[in-house]
Design a protein around this ligand. Sequence first.
Ligand code: F6P
Length: 537
Amino acid sequence: MTPLTQTPQWQALAAHRDGMAPRHLNELFAADPRRFERLSLRCGELLCDFSKQRLDAETLDLLLRLAEARDLAGFLRRMRGGEAINTTERRAALHVALRADEPCFVDGRDVLPEVQATRQRMREFSGAIRSGAWRGSGGAPVNAVVNLGIGGSDLGPRMAVHALGEPADGRLAVRFVANIDPAEFAAAVAGLEPARTLFIVSSKTFTTQETLSNAQAARAWLGAADTARHFLAASNNVAAAQAFGIPAQNCLALPEWVGGRYSMWSAIGLPIACAIGMDAFEELLAGAREMDAHFFSAPFAENLPVLMALVGLWNIDFLGAGTLAVLPYAHRLGLLPAYLQQLEMESNGKHVTLDGEAVGCATAPILWGMAGSVGQHAFHQLFYQGTRLTPIDFIVPVGEPGAAQEALVANALAQGAALMKGRTAEEARRQLLAAGKDAAEAARLAPHLACAGNQPSTTLLLPRLAPRSLGRLIALYEHKVAVQGCLWGVNSFDQWGVELGKQMAREILPQMISGSGDFDASTAGLLAAIRALRAPR
Ligand code: F6P
């Protein structure tokens, strides 16, 4: 395959960029009064406004041609058909099957029956836990569920429970532990009674160091309690879960063809079902299913995940953006950026194509963010007057009218508008004069008040924060990532880099004690300093 950057479609985009980059968003809006109508799209109740992105109809046309040249349609067919698009691990990436209600095939086998069977077991487990029928070994109903997992076995459920869970009503607490630092485990079990606490060990591989360490901590904390009453597992490695002491009837299977960061729809979502009930969890699945249907059927020019991916690629590879800020204007979506960090950066933080050749261009952005409006009083200054291009996704659940909610939504819209429009030094000077400053002072201050504007953003409006709208939103980002992976030609479904760090940790751990080992000078020096700090004085 021709390297991406050498395709005529890429070259055409590069040439187009030279004319486009100097144009200000204000100019683009002035040139087209219908820009909002043209560049905002809907999927169900989700509205995506791309009009504040630094592109025009020709940009989109060229990007769509690039998608065609990279056979995006064929990629979607292979993905939906359960082909092994995760080529390095020779696996399908069929997370869409987890929310499907029609047959989905992997290697010619329909996996829908096993997906439905797991959903049914999740219904039974979560129903028993929520109703108080699940009793601890002392006979008292369980009133706390603690999920032990990390990465994809933590971030999705943690984010969704934070977004959708009812504030603890004293009936059932749902908590999460990911860090191997015992401080997180201690905080999670604070105030809980071992006799009424159920742990879910969530780990696709059941080999992850942090999770196994926390599972051992849980077993010690439970004391003599019967593990069959106090442990469930969600894993693809049921043998290892059983070896740990979790009986087979307490294990929920996780299919091989789902990657960790795409697994919140599977048994890994059990904490979500415990927190909101299985009916609401099914609504989450239904929202994702709606986005899947849109993704696999809408023409690319009207396809939200495709357009979002193309806009992102334009910002990264042609306008030079290194980051993507995701700013949900909803406190309850505060964990969304952390979830998306794994989704985007573990999926597309890649440097070689499927053929093992250098990609030749920048790939995944450094994704970060936090709930608005808090960040306005912290890092937005850099958006306004810093020297970098900082694309932003504003995510705004409209919600019910109410003074504080109105202010929250108004702030979100104001940030997008102000970052787009900016303020010239001349406008600032006039405002200063109008505020009573003398001419010399106004001239002195004006450059400091000027903001260049022209910062690109996408605004996503959801009617409200509910399981269905969250499902749609998450599936939108999942598919965006897949499209970008296809265009860059990378494997969005493996994570070999992470393995190097794990391997190094395994090598360093024994040396912490013995002090010997063949390390680089810095690591050896740090190990010596650690031993010195711990030496008795
Ligand atoms: O960080 C690497 C990783 O393999 C992630 O991809 C995964 O979500 C996480 O570790 C946890 O893995 P497991 O579910 O197997 O414990």
